[in-house]
Design a protein around this ligand. Structure first.
Ligand SMILES: Cc1cc2nc3c(=O)[nH]c(=O)nc-3n(C[C@H](O)[C@H](O)[C@H](O)COP(=O)(O)O)c2cc1C
Length: 355
């Protein structure tokens, strides 16, 4: 079935490659869009100029539509200096113990300035702009739409999905509890908003009159069809694309994904200060006793960045933020365009089998 949201944009398949800040590349986005899906550039960690450069690289590689995604954040953050000092000491001790020759640093700023990122997104004019972590105010939603950019909000509960619809979003992406990476939750405590996709998707479809995109644990064409049967207008897959050669995930991370057991995939705060789904590894266990002392996102995320970079360079998956969904063990490493073809073949086959 053509997606009512994607098809009018010229996207052939009801398939979105999820934005994956830090792990996606222009090559991944272009490969998916070029193969008939909608590639998404997670630009949450990019400074405005880098966002513009990467959008230009995508355009140089494909003339197909693509999405850019941002984390909705305030432009400035309050910082508890005592917490920063305490966690820096913990992290530095950990790195020393693990033989990583780096130490934490206080960055010039904790995260790129959201309003500047949004201005760059407007200049880049992707077909679709998607957002996570909070609502975008109505004026900004209207301004994007006036530029011809379709707006997608991320929701982890029906109430959040309703809130995005009221802001004027063109579609909502529901992120089931299964989903890899950061939780988009903004109205509730994270542990209250771990709703499985089988519960969240049909309830959201019943509550809204805009298209609903399904995300979380979908790894193959059967999963895409199952989402469609539950009312999804399209499926958004992240982890499935993490093991592609075009993904920037470290090699150790890609290896660990293939061996991931479902019970080892959990909700983790200790890399970024915000709930995110990934592999519970050595770092997560080492930081568990200090859970109550951690500064929130984006402060902790910025402080762990040198450690994560060093761990990736050293092939230490056990110290990396190995984000992934609950179905990570089913990744199939292959070029992204090939994966799109395989997913669509499976989807068509599953439709025929049902018919
Ligand atoms: C490594 C990684 C990074 C992610 N980064 C983002 C992001 O920048 N923005 C966003 O809206 N969602 C992000 N997500 C969440 C995805 O949009 C999506 O909800 C999730 O990948 C779906 O679950 P799955 O990974 O099981 O397919 C990320 C997911 C992963 C695995």
């Amino acid at each position: 079935m053509p997606s009512t949201f994607l098809h009018p944009l010229g996207v052939a398949h009801p398939l979105i490659q999820a934005p994956m800040s830090g792990s996606n590349t222009p090559a991944l986005v272009a490969a998916v869009s070029g193969a008939g899906g909608l590639g998404s550039l997670g630009a949450g960690y990019l400074e405005p100029q880098a966002l513009l450069d990467q959008a230009a690289q995508i355009r140089a590689a494909t003339d197909r539509p693509f999405a850019i995604n941002l984390f909705v954040l305030p432009d400035a953050f309050e910082v508890d200096e005592a917490r920063v000092d305490a966690v820096r000491a913990r992290l530095d001790a950990l790195m020393e113990r693990e033989g990583l020759d780096v130490r934490t640093q206080r960055p010039a700023r904790w995260a790129p300035v959201f309003s500047e990122q949004l201005a760059a997104l407007r200049e880049a004019r992707p077909a679709v702009a998607s957002f996570a972590f909070d609502l975008l105010d109505r004026t900004r939603v209207r301004e994007l739409k006036a530029l011809g950019i379709r707006v997608v909000g991320t929701a982890t509960t029906v109430a959040e999905a309703r809130a995005w619809a009221e802001q004027g979003a063109d579609a909502v992406c529901v992120q089931g509890a299964e989903a890899g990476g950061h939780r988009g939750t903004f109205l509730h405590a994270p542990e209250e908003a771990l709703v499985g996709l089988f519960a969240l998707l049909p309830a959201t479809v019943a509550a809204l009159d805009i298209p609903v995109i399904a995300a979380g644990g979908i790894m193959d064409g059967r999963g895409m069809l199952a989402a469609e049967i539950l009312g999804a207008d399209a499926s958004q897959l992240g982890t499935a694309f993490l093991a592609c050669p075009e993904s920037a995930a470290a090699e150790a991370w890609k290896r660990d994904l293939a061996q991931a057991e479902d019970h080892r995939v959990g909700t983790i705060y200790s890399f970024s200060g915000r709930a995110a789904r990934g592999l519970r590894n050595r770092f997560v266990e080492a930081m568990a006793p200090f859970a109550g002392e951690l500064p929130p996102y984006p402060v902790l995320n910025a402080l762990t960045a040198p450690l994560r970079r060093a761990a990736a360079a050293a092939g230490r998956g056990d110290l990396l933020s190995e984000w992934c969904g609950q179905a990570a063990g089913r990744v199939r490493p292959m070029p992204a365009a090939e994966l799109v073809r395989v997913l669509m073949d499976e989807y068509v086959e599953a439709r025929h089998a049902l018919a």
